[in-house]
Design a protein around this ligand. Structure first.
Ligand SMILES: [Zn+2]
Length: 276
């Protein structure tokens, strides 16, 4: 607890009020992340934009900001019945439409005979992001090293079309480089999924960094990390490839809070080094 509060004080530029029974800090931007530190003995409920946050008893929770959030209202109900309300503006981001061409037909409109497989893989991916283990990092917000060198060919939040057909928005950062380029663990964590040859994501790894923070690595040529393995920063995850729904070798890197994707670029220690 003392460690967490120290980290919050260090982030005083980020709208932190450490005097109240609840402190809210973080990145108040669409696709950002807020960290709520609260007195668990005094608190009965916290809602963010009217949605109840699961309080896991350690006085600290993360809440992801989605791609469209513009305002954040955090209400803390104390056991005394008193409600403390805090309102924050969320900075809008501009998202472009990206048209991806040359996608294999089976990855745009899958044959119905593959639907069971696709659903099964999607469930495994969701289930892998359901744990809640202790934080593997000691900063307030996760800080990632760059997982792989490459040129940015896709960013978080853009709407996407594949061969002209509208599909879901892009939930990560694409780093293009030649096949076989090493991918390393950018933050300590535990491998919770190592899936070979999945329909859309190809060779896929998911790492749990604790407190519902996950990172995912898709389209790899090969997987090196093993399920259950604890990876330190710099340990190998796999190699850049073009497996699954991909039109050229690149790493698709995503950061999630539970099932919700946030913008990986906000959490990169050396984002200035990205080649765009
Ligand atoms: Zn991608």
């Amino acid at each position: 607890m003392i460690k967490k509060l120290t980290a919050l004080f260090a982030l005083s530029v980020l709208s932190v009020n450490a005097n109240a029974a609840m402190s809210v800090g973080g990145i108040f931007k669409q696709g950002g992340l807020i960290a709520i530190t609260y007195d668990e003995a005094e608190t009965s409920k916290i809602t963010v934009n009217d949605k109840a946050i699961i309080l896991d008893g350690d006085g600290f929770e993360y809440v992801p900001l989605n791609r469209k959030d513009t305002k954040l209202i955090v209400n803390q109900t104390l056991k005394s019945g008193k409600i403390i309300s805090k309102t924050y503006n969320v900075t809008k981001q501009s998202y472009k439409v990206q048209h991806v061409k040359g996608v294999k037909k089976k990855h745009v409109t899958p044959d119905p005979k593959h639907l069971d497989r696709i659903r099964g893989e999607s469930k495994q991916i969701k289930d892998a992001r359901k744990g809640n283990i202790e934080k593997y990092f000691d900063t307030l917000l996760p800080e990632f090293a760059t997982p792989s060198e490459g040129i940015v060919t896709g960013v978080y939040g853009s709407s996407r079309t594949y061969n002209g057909q509208e599909r879901s928005w892009h939930k990560g950062l694409d780093l293009a480089n030649k096949e076989g380029t090493p991918i390393i663990s950018p933050l300590k964590g535990k491998v919770v999924l190592a899936m070979k040859d999945s329909y859309f994501n190809g060779n896929l790894v998911i790492i749990d960094h604790g407190k519902k923070i996950y990172s995912i690595y898709a389209h790899m040529y090969d997987i090196i990390a093993k399920k259950g393995q604890i990876l330190e920063v710099g340990d190998p995850i796999g190699l850049v490839g073009s497996t699954g729904r991909s039109t050229g070798p690149h790493l698709h890197w995503g950061v999630y809070v539970g099932q919700q994707a946030i913008d990986p670029e906000f959490f990169l220690k050396d984002a200035k080094d990205l080649k765009k």
